[in-house]
Design a protein around this ligand. Structure first.
Ligand code: PRX
Length: 627
């Protein structure tokens, strides 16, 4: 009924970002996918989803082609490329060494102390084959699981690919996690082998990872785990258990640099990766060889408008999905050069990232809003000291990108010449889902529109599409090839949690709104919505408003109970390094700033100034800790 909007069904939107950035003429001329191509792709995907993805799959090599592109006869058990046989590593390595890519750099790695290693496609191919044979000599075969408790090292990439090559399922455990978590994962995953390092460099320290492994594996029977492989990195003393532990170098020394790529069904598992949950229990998400490969390859090439001369740097850790899809698999599938950095972004000082970009001539830099805000606190002095002129595209993922940080990146790093692509996706989606392309018109803070083939919408609590401007739950209404094929342990999670909340739709767990141009604005996780006097407001809007104040670097807002208003907001803020005002002055200044930006609805009860915000190991703000 007119005028009786129930505020519990949709979200209010208070923040209105008016700035618009159009693609530069040169980009329109040079882009591999121009606006007409994009329109045609959308039309094809809308009328015939299978035809669109079939065309994407044809760009890759298959041992046997599919009988069907998509079997959707038993939703939500969607199956992609049924009957097809492939191996993602064959596509990431073998097919390149038949071409001029053979001698191209596949991987540029820089260690935190400043050492560097580089691998051509041929060298990487040989290293992967050697370790694949090494793993086989330890009894690892198709279907076995291998846990990789590894930092950012070439051997991490080699291990992932070596597993996948022989059909073993890899599972990265982030190297910032402790023995306790590793122990949990080993007991959940039952790997035949754990691969790790003696130690590695992080923020000027040596982190002794093998010691964590030893702690984690106390009393672990050989039925759960047979061997541990240790890569030399920091050359620190470690205890080696002669019945269980092998040096990586000893294992590969005499192995042949050839190993056949195992023939895998398209929906055979490739890896298990746990979600980086900000609250609640993390889920072990499973991805496939075939569908994942097609989705990641297409989105990598299209979103980043890949050119043969590109040097691509994804600054995420391989322990997270961003590292899997766009540091390792996407770039290698596309035959480009991928950059990996071992250490901390502020070591030895706050210009390390800019130094790496200029040193290797990085052309595409894919990072996270958190990282941008961290570097932004140091101002524009550091980026100005480096030649960033090779950059042509910037991207981010992981959290709502507040417009001020977006603008800072665009201006100070991209010098106004590089599109900033805010890409929305998840561990579960495997690939970028909602994102601009370099020819898109950009609005800072918006992830713009779904990519071709992605049917995203925003619905109310009953699953009905909400009108423009209103917020609601972000859902995906059609399957996509890189979608996860399972969750470790609990099969019901898929039916109940992901596809059960709104029947026939994938529930992403985020709240968002769509504007008059059909652009999506992510407003935060559904669990974090504020409810002030019946107005439901995404935390991202209030946080963006706070960070639009020139003194604020990062902000997080949580709801606290209030007798009258239901909830009011409490803010935690970090400041830029040059701020001189007292906390009291800032307190009232920020409150009036919020009033100006968002109007009278959002009441900030209190603001706490912190040196650092608590973050998850993947860099997301830990709201639950602040609550
Ligand atoms: O809340 C969204 C946020 O990150 C969640 C997914 O986290 P994870 O599985 O760890 O994957 C992160 C890297 C793909 C989403 O549900 N998120 C991701 N990208 C964005 C985002 N929030 C706002 N804007 C984004 N671009």
């Amino acid at each position: 009924m007119e005028g009786s909007v129930d505020h519990n069904e949709t979200l209010d939107s208070l923040l209105h970002e008016e700035r618009v950035f159009r693609p530069l003429p040169q980009m329109m001329i040079e882009a591999g996918v121009n606006p007409q191509d994009l329109r045609a792709a959308r039309e094809l995907a809308d009328t015939d989803l299978s035809a669109y993805w079939e065309e994407a799959a044809e760009e890759l090599d298959w041992f046997t082609k599919w009988e069907k592109v998509l079997d959707d006869s038993e939703p939500p058990d969607y199956r992609w490329f049924t009957g097809a046989r492939c191996n993602i590593v064959y596509n990431a390595l073998d097919r390149h060494i038949e071409t001029v890519n053979k001698n191209r750099l596949a991987l540029i790695w820089e260690g935190e102390p400043g050492d560097s290693r580089q691998f051509t496609y041929y060298e990487l191919y040989r290293a992967v084959n050697r370790f694949a044979n090494g793993l086989k000599s330890l009894g690892v075969s198709k279907g076995d699981r291998v846990v990789l408790y590894m930092p950012q090292l070439p051997e991490t990439v080699i291990s992932m690919l070596a597993c996948a090559r022989i059909g073993a399922v890899h599972s990265l455990v982030f190297s910032g996690f402790s023995a306790r978590l590793l122990r949990e994962r080993v007991r959940e995953i039952h790997p035949k082998v754990v691969v790790t390092v003696d130690g590695f460099y992080r923020n000027g320290q040596v982190i002794r990872l093998k010691e964590e492994v030893d702690r984690a594996l106390i009393d672990t029977p050989a039925e759960i785990l047979e061997s541990v492989v240790v890569v030399h990195r920091a050359n620190v003393d470690v205890d080696m258990d002669s019945a269980r532990d092998y040096w990586y170098e000893d294992l590969v020394r005499h192995e042949r640099p050839h190993a056949p790529a195992e023939i895998m069904a398209a929906d055979d598992p490739l890896f298990i990766l746990h979600t980086s949950s900000t609250s609640g229990k993390s889920k072990g998400v499973i991805h496939s060889h075939g569908g994942y490969m097609v989705g990641v390859h297409r989105t990598f090439k299209w979103v980043f408008d890949l050119k043969p001369t590109d040097i691509f740097w994804c600054a995420a850790d391989p322990g997270w999905i961003t590292g899997h899809s766009y540091l390792v698999y996407g770039p290698l599938l596309a035959g480009t050069t991928t950059v990996m950095y071992e250490g901390h972004s502020l070591y030895p000082q706050a210009d390390r990232m800019w130094n790496i970009i200029s040193k290797y001539g990085v052309t595409i830099f894919y990072t996270s809003p958190t990282q941008v805000r961290t570097l932004m606190r140091f101002g524009h002095r550091y980026p100005e000291q480096h030649d960033l002129s090779t950059l042509r595209i910037l991207g981010a993922v992981g959290e709502p990108f507040n417009p001020e940080a977006w603008i800072w990146l665009h201006k100070n790093i991209g010098k106004g010449q590089c599109p900033v692509l805010d890409t929305w996706w998840q561990t579960e989606t495997g690939m970028i889902m909602i994102s601009p392309m370099p020819v898109s018109v950009l609005k800072p803070g918006s992830v713009t529109r779904p990519l071709p083939g992605i049917d995203a919408d925003i619905v109310d609590i009953e699953g009905k599409s909400v009108p423009e401007g209103k917020g609601g739950f972000l859902v995906i209404k059609k399957p996509w090839p890189a979608m996860f094929i399972g969750v470790l342990g609990d099969e019901h999670v898929i039916r109940d949690h992901y596809w059960g909340r709104f029947p026939g739709m994938f529930y992403a767990g985020d709240v968002a709104r769509k504007d008059e141009d059909g652009y999506f604005w992510i407003q935060g996780r559904a669990d974090d919505v504020l409810n002030i006097s019946g107005h439901r407001i995404g935390t991202a809007e209030v946080e963006s408003a706070l960070t639009s104040h020139p003194h604020v670097a990062e902000a997080v807002v949580v709801g606290v109970a209030d007798k009258i208003k239901g909830q009011v907001a409490k803010a935690f803020v970090t400041l830029n390094y040059d701020v001189v005002e007292t906390d009291d002055e800032l307190h009232s200044e920020l409150k009036s700033h919020i009033h100006r930006e968002l109007g009278p609805i959002v009441i900030i009860r209190s603001i706490e100034f912190l040196d650092e915000l608590p973050k998850t190991s993947s860099g997301k703000i830990k709201r639950s800790a602040l609550k």
